[in-house]
Design a binder for this molecule. Structure first.
Ligand code: DON
Length: 304
C-alpha cells in the first residue's frame, strides 16, 4: 500500500509555499545571492524509512544546524564535565551572534556562535584540519554518507568573519577558549559550510532522536545519555531568542541555520528537517517554522 505520509507532506509544502516573507541572510556574501524559492520537508523514521516533499534533496550549507552535532562530538570525545567547564547550557535570550560570556568566562550555551566556537575548540586535534576532519567525519556518520564542503560559502564567510573573530578573541582573553582563536573560528566557519539537504538533516535528527544510532547504517555514534543531553539543549537554546515561542508552539528539540535549514528530533520517534532560505528576524527559516508548527500539531509531536 502506498504510504499516505508523502502526499501529506506534499500538501504541507503546497499550503506553505506561498508564504514569502523573510529575508535571505545578507551578512554572508554567498548566502545573499542564494535562490530564495526552494522549499523542502523530510521526515526520517528510526528504522531509516525517509519521506520527503518539495526540494528535500536540494543542497544547502548546514550553518548553525551543525552546532548541535559538534556539541555532541565534543561531549563524546571530552566528556560532559570538561565541556561544561567551557560552555554553559543557559538559554541566552539573545541573538545568535551575541557577544556572550558569563562570570566563569563561558558562553551561555553551545547553540549561539560564541558557544559553538568554544565547542569547536574542544574537538580533539591541534590544527584546523585535524579538528575539522573529526567534525566532518562525525556529521557524515550522522547523515549516513560523506558530506562535502561548499568552498565558496566557506571563503565568502571567512572574508567577513569580523564579529566571530572578535568573539573568539574575547573568549580566549577571558580564559575560556581551548584553542587559538583563528583555529576555532576557521574550523567553526568550515563546519557551517558543510553541504546537506533536508533528507540528510532529517537522518541526522533521527540519529539524535534514536539515542545515537544512525537509522540507515545502524552505526552507534553516541551513547544514549549524550544524545539526550544534546536534545535538552536544543529544546531550550536551539532557536535562539525565539526559543520560548518555539517550545510553546512547536515543542520539538531543534536547531536552525542561516542557510535555511532546520533540523528537529522528536525523541524516540523521528527526525524532521525543513529547508527554505528566507529567514525571520531571529535567523530562523520562516516557512520552516510554519512547517514545524503544522507537523507538531498534526502528528502530536509536542514534548508536553
Ligand atoms: O556564524 C555564523 O554567522 C554562521 N556561520 C552561522 C550562523 C547561523 O546559522 C545562525 N542560525 N540561524
Amino acid at each position: 500500500m502506498r504510504s499516505p505520509i508523502g502526499p501529506y507532506l506534499a500538501s504541507i509544502v503546497d499550503e506553505i509555499r506561498p508564504e514569502d516573507s523573510g529575508e535571505l541572510a545578507d551578512y554572508i556574501p554567498e548566502l545573499a545571492d542564494a535562490d530564495p524559492e526552494p522549499f523542502g520537508i523530510a521526515l526520517s523514521m528510526l528504522d531509516g524509512q525517509v519521506y520527503t516533499a518539495g526540494d528535500a534533496e536540494r543542497p544547502f550549507t548546514i550553518q548553525s544546524s551543525a552546532k548541535a552535532f559538534t556539541y555532541a562530538l565534543a561531549i563524546r570525545e571530552r566528556g560532559l564535565t570538561k565541556v561544561l567547564a567551557h560552555v554553559g547550557v543557559e538559554p541566552s535570550g539573545d541573538a545568535f551572534n551575541a557577544i556572550s560570556v558569563d562570570e566563569r568566562g563561558r558562553p551561555a550555551n553551545p547553540m549561539i556562535n560564541a558557544g559553538a566556537i568554544g565547542t569547536f575548540a574542544l574537538v580533539p586535534g591541534d590544527t584546523v584540519e585535524e579538528k575539522f576532519d573529526a567534525v566532518q567525519r562525525f556529521l557524515s556518520d550522522c547523515a549516513g554518507h560523506d558530506l562535502d564542503i561548499d568552498e565558496g560559502a566557506y571563503t565568502s564567510e571567512l572574508s567577513t568573519a569580523y564579529r566571530n573573530r572578535g568573539i573568539a578573541n574575547m573568549l580566549r582573553a577571558s580564559g575560556g577558549l581551548a584553542a587559538e582563536p583563528d583555529i576555532a573560528v576557521e574550523g567553526y566557519i568550515r563546519q557551517g559550510a558543510l553541504r546537506v539537504c533536508a533528507k540528510d538533516l532529517a537522518l541526522m535528527g533521527a540519529t539524535l532522536a534514536s539515542g545515537g544510532v544512525q537509522p540507515v547504517t545502524g552505526k552507534r555514534v553516541l551513547d544514549d545519555e549524550t544524545a539526550g543531553h544534546v536534545l535538552s539543549v536544543m529544546t531550550t537554546c536551539g532557536m535562539y531568542d525565539a526559543a520560548g515561542d518555539w517550545v510553546s508552539s512547536v515543542g520539538i528539540p531543534a536547531k536552525s541555520g542561516v542557510g535555511g535549514g532546520i533540523v528537529g528530533a522528536s525523541p524516540g520517534r523521528l527526525g524532521i528537517a525543513t529547508f527554505s532560505p528566507r529567514l525571520d528576524v531571529h535567523g530562523n527559516s520562516v516557512r520552516g517554522v510554519a512547517a514545524f508548527e503544522r507537523l507538531s500539531r498534526d502528528l502530536s509531536l509536542h514534548l508536553m
